[in-house]
Design a protein around this ligand. Structure first.
Ligand code: TRP
Length: 329
């Protein structure tokens, strides 16, 4: 099986439904076809000011959450980035093979510098180099990425190719893996935007994966629709279309089938049905999450067994790199 790598920031609170449908759900499916290495990237998280106790808790919560969604910590490798020192070591080396000009062009750096003007630290600038190190350490041929991470993946490829040209084929050059199912879940209050955690709009437009059924129902009930009354998928009906997308994702139905289910049905009952579908789908993940996060010994065991698995792969690559660039053997 080919190797796939991805990372997720321990950003605190449950991921949004949009994040789940757009990324995490695919992480689970990809395990059937790839040897998957999934990292909780706490080293990336400290490029923004944070609280120490909160970060530690967020890492643990994310670990429990990923297992609850269906990441199998025996088949896949699931670990904390900071527990494998090879990430920091390779990132330093790759810093010396990455140009200021390249990093200056990163749109995420520009956006984050604007947003956090009091803390434009060097780590924020070299963030994509650490990401390249993550990917290259595991010889990952594939990286599932959303639009926002594409530029970083492109840079990882450039760094890998540059290094290989100088020293011979040390790194596997990674390819982006674009999710096959196209549904992109939109904000319920503003269906022109994607549904993402960082929306900060009072959260009425964003469903979180650990939301209780009544809150899911009230958010969906308040979802923006239109002045018609027909449940139909159309560019001119972004709110209704978004709800149809959500329904089709969680029922595994096509949009045409979903439309048929609601032929002649008014928006009120339509929304109730969507809310029930989502709540039912999430309740399985939620109860697994409650079970797993309460089982401290199990989580300890997952980390204790996975960290060395990750480190073994990463150290092998790092050793090859050190040999090629001439560090004393
Ligand atoms: N930067 C990614 C994000 O914010 C997380 C990440 C870190 C990542 N290292 C990675 C994603 C390697 C893919 C591959 O979403």
């Amino acid at each position: 099986m080919k190797t796939l790598f991805s990372g997720i920031q321990p950003s605190g609170g449950a991921p949004s439904l949009g994040n789940y449908v757009g990324a995490l759900r695919n992480w689970v499916k990809l395990q059937e076809r790839y040897f998957c290495v999934y990292s909780i990237v706490d080293m990336h998280a400290i490029t923004i000011r944070h609280d120490a106790a909160e970060l530690r808790k967020n890492c643990r919560d994310m670990l429990a959450f990923l297992i609850a969604t269906g990441i199998d910590p025996e088949a896949s490798v699931l670990y904390y980035q900071s527990a494998v020192p090879a990430h920091a070591e390779l990132a330093w080396i790759l810093n010396c093979y990455t140009y200021m000009g390249e990093l200056s062009r990163m749109t995420q750096f520009k956006e984050k510098s604007k947003k956090h003007q009091d803390n434009i630290n060097a780590g924020l600038f070299t963030y994509p180099v650490l990401q390249a190190a993550d990917i290259l350490l595991y010889n990952a041929g594939f990286v599932p990425v959303g639009e926002d991470q594409r530029q970083h993946l492109e840079l990882s490829r450039d760094i890998a190719i540059r290094f290989n040209n100088m020293y011979g084929d040390v790194f596997t050059v990674p390819e982006a893996l674009i999710p096959e199912s196209g549904a992109k879940i939109k904000n319920l209050q503003d269906p022109s935007r994607k549904m993402s955690k960082s929306d900060g709009d009072g959260d009425q437009g964003v469903i979180y994966m650990l939301d209780p059924p009544d809150s899911i129902a009230s958010k969906i009930k308040r979802a923006v629709t239109d002045s018609e009354s027909e449940v139909r998928y159309s560019e001119t009906k972004p709110g209704v279309s978004n709800l149809l997308d959500i329904y089709s994702v969680f029922t595994d139905k096509t949009i045409a089938e979903a439309e048929k289910d609601f032929a002649g049905v008014k928006y009120g009952p339509f929304k109730n049905a969507v809310a029930e579908t989502v709540a039912a789908a999430l309740s399985a993940i939620q109860s697994r999450y409650r079970e797993i996060s309460a089982d401290s010994a199990y989580l300890d065991k997952v980390i204790a067994s996975n960290t060395p698995r990750a480190a073994a792969i990463a150290e092998k690559t790092l050793k090859a790199v050190k040999e090629r660039i001439g560090f004393p053997l």
